[in-house]
Structure formats: structure tokens, C-alpha cells
Design a binder for this molecule. Structure first.
Ligand code: UDP
Length: 321
């Protein structure tokens, strides 16, 4: 039986990856320090014989006994609110954490896939973003702690590949949504749906003309699975190219939820990218992958998830901050 270590296992993406690899018949070790992750996301897995959980911070030395075939490094705070609240941890998990996991992969002869991000492109001057674009990142802005940690992560991963011959994969993840997102992590989708459910106005930052392209989580997981199984070590964009403005997105959420509230405008956060859309030509060619779930379909499932949460969740701050 193949064994896989998934860091950030109690987070949004990590927990969906745990589900997928359990379904594929793997022995899954989930690891998380639970700063932004939540055990609720994986509680259904604890009863399984082939799931283990290690409560551990990967910025510290990582020990896993026995054979290890694959590592997925998905531990990291991943929303602008998180980087502002825990900037040092964000830098450490992307740099020291990645180094520890690359070291573990080398010792165990595992194949490792690291979660990078469209944030490596910063506020992009090339549109849509192709993998050969080097980006436009402000290292000392509020997003710098995340963006630069992820850029360092890519450099470190590539160095282990070239210097040690390690089998490495790098996925650049664009905006992704779905059940188990944190309602209060500040990201636009949970923010809008949470506001609609509480009967508050929807807060658009800036004039709402900035764009994003949202990928449903199942599509993302499929892309990551295929990339891990491929033999390609350069970065690959995985995301949904369906680009819309934040204003249009707010209208979609208003329609979906049937809220009677309106939109209100707030200041645009510093260094907020003006436009973002993945060019997925490479993923299509290399992995035969493209997203299958429409925004309409994905948003419906996600709204159902948020609607069914206990009422008090709507008013809760995240426990660890
Ligand atoms: N945004 C917004 N209202 C909110 C939260 C976010 O208008 O309540 C905007 C935000 O400024 C950004 C976009 O929505 O332009 C996506 O933000 P998110 O934090 O979800 O992701 P990222 O900026 O990392 O793509």
C-alpha cells in the first residue's frame, strides 16, 4: 500500500486531498498545527484504519517513521487576513517548513509536490498568467510574507530537484472555492456568503473592477492528482480560466442567496492584484486536464455547505487568533 504525507491536512485544500487519496486506496498521514486548519474538516477520517493524524508544526523538524512514497506540502496560511495576523508563521512554513519536507523527501526517496500560488505573479503585468511569467511582487507589502515565502519555496524545491535529483512537482494554485472554506478568513467568497446569511451588505473592496477566476475544489484536486502522477518538474498553473470582476461576482452571490441587501464599497487593500486569470494551456497539454464544474454549479454546492453550518459559526472569530 502506498503511503502519502499531506501537510495542512485539516485545512480547506488539505482535507479534500486527504479524502481523494483515501479513495484512491492510499495510507494517508495528515499533518497540521491547527493554527488555521480545523479538525472538523477531517473528523470523518479518524475512524479509518488507513488514516493517521500528526498534530505538528512543519516549520520544526518533521519525523515520519517507515516508508513514505509521496508528500504533498499544503501547510500555509492562505488568505490576506491570515498573513496580516500571522506574518512570521506564514514566512516560516513556506521556507523552513518546505526545507524540512524536502529533507524528509530526500531521506525517504519520496516524490514531493509543493503548493505554490498565483501570488508568485504578484499584481501581474502579463494577462492571462503563463508559467513563464516571472511576476510583479512587492516583497515588503502586506502580501510579501506569503508571496516571497512561496517564491522561495519554488526556488528551494527546484534546487533539491537539480542538486539532489529529487522528484519534485510544483503546482501554482489560482483562487479556489468549495465546502470547508473558513467562513471568516476574509476571502471574497466566504465573506460575501457570510454577509448574505447574516443579512449584512456585501463589502466590495475598491470599485469592484478587479478580476479573479474561481476554480471549484474538486477540479483543483483532480489537477493536482494528475500533476503528482506526471513526470514534469516545472511549475504548472491549475485554476479555472473563467474570469469575472468582483462586482459581477457580488451580483452572482446576491442572486444565489436571494439576499435583499445591497453592496457597499470599502478601500482596496494595499497591493491587491487588479486582474488574475490562469493560462492553463500547459495543464491541458501535459495532464489532459481542464476544469469541469461551472461556477453556477460549484457556487450552489458551496452555498448549501455554508447555509447548513450551525448559526453560531456565522458570528465566530477563528479560535486560534
Ligand atoms: N474582496 C472584496 N470584498 C471582500 C473580500 C475581498 O471585494 O469582502 C476582494 C479583494 O479585494 C480581492 C478579491 O475580492 O480583490 C479576491 O480577494 P480574496 O481575498 O478572496 O483573494 P485574493 O485577493 O488573494 O485573490
Amino acid at each position: 500500500m502506498k503511503k502519502i504525507l499531506i501537510t495542512g491536512a485539516a485545512g480547506f485544500l488539505g482535507s479534500h486531498l486527504c479524502d481523494r487519496f483515501i479513495r484512491e486506496g492510499y495510507h494517508v498521514i495528515g499533518m497540521d498545527n491547527l493554527i488555521t486548519g480545523d479538525l472538523k474538516n477531517i473528523q470523518h477520517l479518524f475512524k479509518l484504519e488507513h488514516f493517521e493524524f500528526y498534530h505538528h508544526d512543519v516549520s520544526k523538524f518533521v519525523y515520519v517513521p517507515g516508508q513514505l512514497d509521496y508528500i504533498l506540502h499544503f501547510a500555509s496560511p492562505a488568505s490576506p487576513i491570515d498573513y496580516l495576523k500571522i506574518p512570521i508563521q506564514t514566512l516560516k512554513v513556506g521556507s523552513l517548513g518546505t526545507h524540512n519536507l524536502l529533507g524528509l523527501a530526500l531521506a525517504k526517496k519520496s516524490r514531493i509536490l509543493v503548493a505554490s500560488t498565483s501570488e508568485v505573479y504578484g499584481d501581474p503585468q502579463v494577462h492571462p498568467q503563463t508559467e513563464d511569467y516571472w511576476g510583479n511582487v512587492n516583497p515588503v507589502g502586506p502580501r510579501g510574507v506569503y508571496d516571497e515565502a512561496k517564491r522561495f519555496q519554488e526556488a528551494m524545491t527546484m534546487a533539491y530537484h537539480t542538486y539532489h535529483g529529487l522528484e519534485t512537482r510544483i503546482v501554482r494554485i489560482f483562487n479556489t472555492y468549495g465546502p470547508r472554506m473558513r467562513l471568516n478568513d476574509g476571502r471574497v467568497l466566504p465573506a460575501f456568503i457570510g454577509q448574505a446569511l447574516r443579512g449584512e451588505d456585501l463589502t466590495i473592496f475598491g470599485d469592484g473592477s478587479q478580476t479573479r477566476a474561481f476554480c471549484y475544489v474538486d477540479d483543483l484536486v483532480e489537477g493536482i492528482y494528475r500533476l503528482l502522477m506526471s513526470d514534469y518538474h516545472q511549475p504548472v498553473n491549475i485554476g479555472n480560466p473563467g474570469e469575472i470582476t468582483i462586482s459581477e461576482f457580488a451580483e452572482e452571490i446576491i442572486k444565489l442567496t436571494g439576499t435583499k441587501q445591497k453592496v457597499i464599497y470599502k478601500d482596496l487593500p494595499v497591493d491587491d492584484p487588479k486582474q488574475r486569470q490562469p493560462d492553463i494551456t500547459l495543464a491541458r497539454k501535459l495532464l489532459g486536464w481542464e476544469p469541469k464544474v461551472s461556477r453556477q454549479e460549484g457556487l450552489k454546492i458551496t452555498y448549501e455547505f455554508f447555509k447548513n453550518l450551525p448559526k453560531e459559526e456565522l458570528y465566530k472569530e477563528h479560535k486560534s487568533f
